[in-house]
Design a protein around this ligand. Sequence first.
Ligand code: VGL
Ligand code: ZN
Length: 183
Amino acid sequence: MKNTALIVVDMLYDFIDGSMACLEADKAVENTLQFIQKQHPSPILFVRDHHPAGHCSFTEQGGPWPPHCVQGTHGADIHEALAPYADEDLSFFKGEDPAREQYSGFEGQNPAGQSLSEVLHLLEMDQVIICGIATEYCVRNTAEDLLKDGFHVSILQDCIAYVDAQGHADALKAMKEEGIALR
Ligand code: VGL
Ligand code: ZN
């Protein structure tokens, strides 16, 4: 897996067993852990939804989602099975602006202020493998932005969780048609 990075998207407690618990999330976490232990991908980058309280995407503010992944709460933490693989410099936080929804990991920044694309290019990666939550939102948006940025993109089908089964199936079909590999 030369020049191939693994990108783990939003495997955070609120999407696993919290306010936005997604379908197949436990299985996705378990399979991701197995993939990491068997394949030893390097580097591993983490995308993290990281909202301030009162974010515009929350229902009380007129948005579509219950409050989730609020900064400093357990719901915003990476699942404990995967947390040991997360490096601060390779963690990209998104959704921090109270007034903007950000589904794509592309819009996130690491603590040094670098973007996902910047770091992938610095590390001379040309391929990315993506897993995480949710297929229809953050996984899809991140995968499409990486494809547009010139990376070969594949998705681990057993390592993704979703809000809605039909939405998940439709998103996979659309991504495949766009040239994203399903593996
Ligand atoms: C996401 C809904 C709200 C995602 C984030 O990461 O897929 N979905 N916030
Ligand atoms: Zn969010």
